[in-house]
Structure formats: structure tokens, C-alpha cells
Design a protein around this ligand. Structure first.
Ligand code: APR
Ligand code: PHB
Length: 389
């Protein structure tokens, strides 16, 4: 088998890269080690920056997003006694969309399988070879158990945090930065209409809480918990009571309904650099992880592949190396901006147990809720900064 760009991983990064390249006449093959059912069932982030929504729409995979996505013009920031709305259009002229990453993935897979580049599920034993040459190869075994070799001009490692690509970059000397936050999120999905128009990010002495939504009849809610907590110790009633306490506001209450899913998610940040070794380029979670408070994971993956697609088109069509040479630095500038914003949101909103920290957080929250400059800074980052910083 031969292709121009061998893509490892059929998450949003790999699938969108394949689509963006196809639109420019560059062929690719996407290799995924899980099944289509598995990939389409994974529940992940759901806030799309304006730029992400625009990129998906321009790539011809935004129909359902436009019809079923919920456009949001702000967020509510809350601390006891105050719920303040940040209105994004007036602060920075942009909005965000609530539309599940799961749905984005389904839309991309449907487009790909409808006459797009090859997408192979359930492959295994994926190995990279010769990435330091102009003819890298991917060895793998296909779903039928037949060993295969995919010869490429370029390989894109879009295989997430546990993939095989980053270790190959690492062998050549990669630098890694990591921060494990001492918090976790207990998340639930509930068949209950959201009791709020916009997402609510709530600071409370007992811990952070977030009110989000998936669709008009389905809510998504989160509670800060200790990473050592076990989900078995959180019956639904305890979760709803904690949400009531942490989100309390006069004449308002959380809407309860049957809980259809619950889990505890760790919170950490991870960045590895460079995002390239020879003809192997990393994109998305393969190179970086952010805590969910800033809602940046999916958006960073989309920004990476937008830059990477432009760089690969230039390399493969015009034989110019300038954009592939600057890819890692340009992508990382944005990665660190989003890592900082995610740290800022996480640090401002989660209870550390230290009362000095609490006063600093409340001071910061009051500042964001009273100063247009501070609010604009948050709004610009939340809705997404320009592709090149
Ligand atoms: N071979 C082939 N595929 C692999 C391999 C492998 N060895 N290892 C992992 N994969 C696949 C995974 O099964 C997954 O489908 O690579 C894909 C990586 O996709 P994601 O983890 O969704 O990562 P990415 O596409 O970068 O999307 C980033 O995902 O984790 C969220 O919040 C994050 O929203 C962000 C987004
Ligand atoms: C979500 O709806 O899952 C969600 C929303 C906003 C975040 C994180 C997660 O910051």
C-alpha cells in the first residue's frame, strides 16, 4: 500500500486532517486500532470555539453541527451570592458552540466512508519505520490478521495520549512538561432539561461545580472531587445534593432527572515538544493534554491539524519546507496559550482547601465580573484566539 500521508488514529485530529488534505487533493490513509462502534461511543468534550465550528463547516462536515449544535453567546461565572454573565459577542465578537466531540467524530467518519480516503478500523501492531527519511513506513496488521506495510511521504501521529507515535519522537530527544492537578471531576449525564441558558462555572467553599448541557432535554454536570474518590461512594442523591449546594442561588434550582452515566475524570496537563521528528508530525492529544476547565482539548486538536494540513499541502504540492519546519513552533505557541488558560480557569475555580487561596480566587472572580478588560481577556481565550498567535 502507498499513500502520501499515513495517519495514525481516527479521533477528531486524524479524521479532520484526512478530510482537509482530501479537499486539497492530497491522499491519505487513516489507521485506527479500535472499532468504529467504540470510536463513535466515546464521550468527550463538547465546547467548540468559533474557529473550530467554522473549520468543520468549511470542510463540509458542519451540517449537523449547524442544525443540532447549540450556539452559546456566553457563560455564567458564579460564587456565593453572585451569578455573573460574560457576554462573548459584546466582549470579543465571537460565540462558542455546544456540540459533542462524539458527534463531530461521527460526522467525520460518515463523510470519510462516503467516498473519502481509506479508513481502516481494528488494525493492530502498528509500528513506524524510517521516519528520519523521506520515505517513512507504517507496518501494521489489518482487521483480517494480514500484515501490511503502508509506504508514505509523511506520517501524522494523531493517535492520542496512549498512541505509538509520541514514543518515536521521544527516542530522538523530546522534552515533556507535566502537571497533575490535585482535583478530579465527577461527571454525570442526566435526562433533565438544563435549568440554565448558558454554562455555569461555579466556585464554592465545598468545591467547583459546572452546569453544562448536551441537548435541550439532556444535562451534563460536574463536581470537583478528590482524585481518590470512588464513584461507588456517590449515589445519585448525593451528587444532586452536592450540585444543589454548590450552585445554590435564590429562586433558582438545578433540574433533576435520571442519571444515565457517571464517571470520575482526572485533571492534568501535559505538553511534549517538538511535535515533529523528521517526516513524523504529532497532532492533538498525542502531543498535549489540558484539564477540561478551559474546554480546549478538541479545539487544540483542530487547530493543530489546520496548521498541519496547510504545511503538508505546501510540502507535498509545492515542495516547500518552510511551513513543515515552522509547524511545531507555531502549534506549540497555541498549545502553551491554551495550557495557560486551562491552568488559569482551573486555579481560579477549584478549592485547594487553603483559605489564602480561596481569598485570591474570590478576588480574581470579582475582578473578572467587574472589569471589562479582565472579562474580555477570559472571553477571547474561551472563544478561541487566532490560529497563529
Ligand atoms: N494505532 C492506531 N490508532 C490508535 C493507536 C494505535 N497504536 N493508539 C491510539 N489510537 C487511536 C485511538 O483509538 C483514538 O481513536 O487514536 C485515536 C486518537 O484520538 P483521540 O484520543 O480522540 O485524540 P485526538 O484526535 O487528538 O483528539 C483530541 O480528544 O481526548 C480528547 O479532549 C481531547 O478533545 C480532545 C480530543
Ligand atoms: C462539557 O459539557 O462536557 C464541558 C463543558 C465545558 C467545559 C468542560 C466540559 O469546560
Amino acid at each position: 500500500m502507498r499513500t502520501q500521508v499515513g495517519i495514525i488514529g481516527a479521533g477528531p485530529a486524524g479524521l479532520l486532517l484526512s478530510r482537509l488534505l482530501a479537499l486539497q487533493g492530497i491522499d491519505s490513509v487513516v489507521l485506527e486500532n479500535r472499532s468504529r462502534e467504540y470510536v463513535e461511543a466515546r464521550i468527550r468534550a463538547r465546547i467548540l470555539e468559533q474557529h473550530t465550528a467554522d473549520t468543520l463547516t468549511a470542510a463540509g462536515v458542519g451540517d449537523r453541527l449547524q442544525r443540532q449544535g447549540l450556539e452559546h453567546s456566553g457563560i455564567h461565572l458564579q460564587y456565593p451570592g453572585t451569578r455573573h454573565t460574560l457576554d462573548f459577542p459584546s466582549l470579543c465578537g465571537r460565540t462558542v458552540w455546544v456540540y459533542g466531540q462524539t458527534e463531530v467524530t461521527k460526522d467525520l467518519i460518515a463523510t470519510q466512508l462516503d467516498g473519502g480516503p481509506p479508513l481502516l478500523f481494528c488494525v493492530f501492531d502498528v509500528h513506524l519505520e524510517d521516519v528520519d527519511t523521506d520515505a517513512p513506513r507504517i507496518q501494521f496488521t489489518d482487521a483480517a490478521g494480514t500484515p501490511q506495510v503502508l509506504e508514505c511521504d509523511v506520517v501524522a501521529g494523531a493517535d492520542g495520549f496512549h498512541g505509538v507515535s509520541r514514543p518515536v519522537v521521544q527516542e530522538a530527544g523530546e522534552r515533556v512538561w507535566e502537571r497533575t492537578y490535585p482535583y478530579a471531576w465527577l461527571g454525570i449525564l442526566a435526562d433533565a432539561a438544563p435549568a440554565t441558558d448558558e454554562l455555569i462555572y461555579a466556585w464554592h467553599p465545598e468545591g467547583f461545580a459546572l452546569y453544562s448541557m448536551r441537548s435541550p432535554p439532556v444535562s451534563r454536570l460536574y463536581l470537583q472531587v478528590d482524585p481518590s474518590e470512588r464513584i461507588e461512594d456517590w449515589p445519585d442523591e448525593r451528587i444532586w445534593d452536592a450540585l444543589d449546594t454548590r450552585m445554590a442561588l435564590e429562586s433558582w434550582s438545578v433540574n433533576r432527572g435520571p442519571v444515565t452515566e457517571k464517571s470520575i475524570l482526572p485533571m492534568r496537563s501535559f505538553v511534549s515538544a517538538p511535535m515533529r521528528r523528521g517526516r513524523l508530525f504529532l497532532a492533538g492529544d498525542a502531543a498535549h493534554i489540558v484539564p477540561p476547565t478551559g474546554a480546549k482539548g478538541l479545539n487544540l486538536a483542530v487547530a493543530d491539524v489546520t496548521l498541519l494540513a496547510q504545511a503538508l499541502v505546501r510540502l507535498l504540492r509545492e515542495k516547500e519546507t518552510d511551513l513543515v519546519d515552522s509547524y511545531s513552533d507555531r502549534a506549540l505557541a497555541r498549545v502553551w496559550r491554551c495550557t495557560h488558560f486551562s491552568w488559569f480557569m482551573t486555579s481560579m475555580l477549584h478549592r485547594s482547601g487553603d483559605d489564602f487561596d480561596a481569598e485570591l480566587q474570590l478576588s480574581q472572580l470579582r475582578r473578572v465580573c467587574s472589569s471589562e478588560t479582565a472579562a474580555r481577556e477570559l472571553a477571547e481565550n474561551y472563544t478561541g484566539l487566532p490560529l497563529d498567535l
